[in-house]
Design a protein around this ligand. Structure first.
Ligand code: PGA
Length: 253
């Protein structure tokens, strides 16, 4: 049985005051949630605030990105070891916004996955197709390519050390959600692809759905056998909505 994970991807949102309020709200409401792991990924500068507020709770925190490099003359970059220094458990790699807006290709994403692991972080590998790719009928091809880049560089065991997030690009921040069946199909495809290398890893790796997940659609999505939680953007910025999704995941097991 895989433990569900619901992770908040706050993206570039919030202020010191709003982050404190959001963390307080999540802590206050987490009480009844016992089976789902709940995590938050704030912008870098708020990670020390998350560390101060969440240390000693059951809530891990993580980064949204990391450098491919360990240290040195890389202005504006943040190394994996810096994230672990501030208590991060997770780090997102290959989010579609990084891929499309910052030109991160599969090779860069795979390298980030590798350096995250080397730093002791659990990478959350984000994969997903654009609207155009879905219309062309190449969703599986795209997702397979994104997944294979990591397996080829690091081996299948590396997948077992992390988490996969299937996020159809057309569903991110748009209010359009994949239907539970559409999401399940791709989740099952991903799990089968991992199983071609290792049945054990395929059985244990958590595959999250991301893309306009809300309390109202979370129950149906989480009910699907290969959906093990969510990566939540917009709805993670309101404690009540975020906790509603966490409760749906909690009730799904
Ligand atoms: P969304 O974002 O929930 O706002 O669609 C999800 C994500 O980008 O991780």
């Amino acid at each position: 049985m895989r433990q569900p994970l619901v992770a908040g991807n706050w993206k570039m949102n919030g202020s010191l005051a709003s982050v404190r309020e959001l963390l307080a709200g999540i802590k206050a409401g987490i009480g009844g949630i016992s089976k789902c792991e709940v995590a938050v990924c704030p912008p870098y500068v708020f990670i020390p605030v998350a560390q101060a507020e969440l240390s000693g709770t059951s809530i891990p925190w993580g980064g949204q990105n990391l450098s491919t490099e360990q240290s040195g003359a890389f202005t504006g970059e943040v190394a994996g070891s810096m994230l672990t220094d501030f208590g991060c458990t997770y780090v997102l790699v290959g989010h579609s916004e990084r891929r499309t807006l910052y030109g991160e290709d599969d090779a860069v994403v795979a390298k980030k996955y590798a350096v995250a692991r080397a730093a002791g972080l659990k990478p959350v590998l984000c994969v997903g197709e654009t609207q155009e790719e879905r219309e062309k009928g190449i969703t599986e091809e795209v997702v397979a390519r994104q997944l294979d880049a990591v397996i080829e560089l690091e081996g299948v065991d590396a997948i077992g050390d992390g988490v996969i997030a299937y996020e159809p690009v057309w569903a991110i921040g748009t209010g359009l959600t994949a239907t539970p069946e559409q999401a399940q199909d791709v989740h099952a495809f991903i799990r089968n692809r991992v199983a071609e290398h290792s049945a054990d890893v395929a059985d244990k790796v958590r595959i999250l759905y991301g893309g306009s997940m809300k309390p109202g659609n979370a129950v149906e999505l989480m009910a699907k056998p290969d959906i093990d939680g969510g990566l939540i953007g917009g709805a993670a910025l309101k404690a009540e909505d975020f906790l509603g999704i966490c409760r749906a995941a909690d009730d799904s097991v």
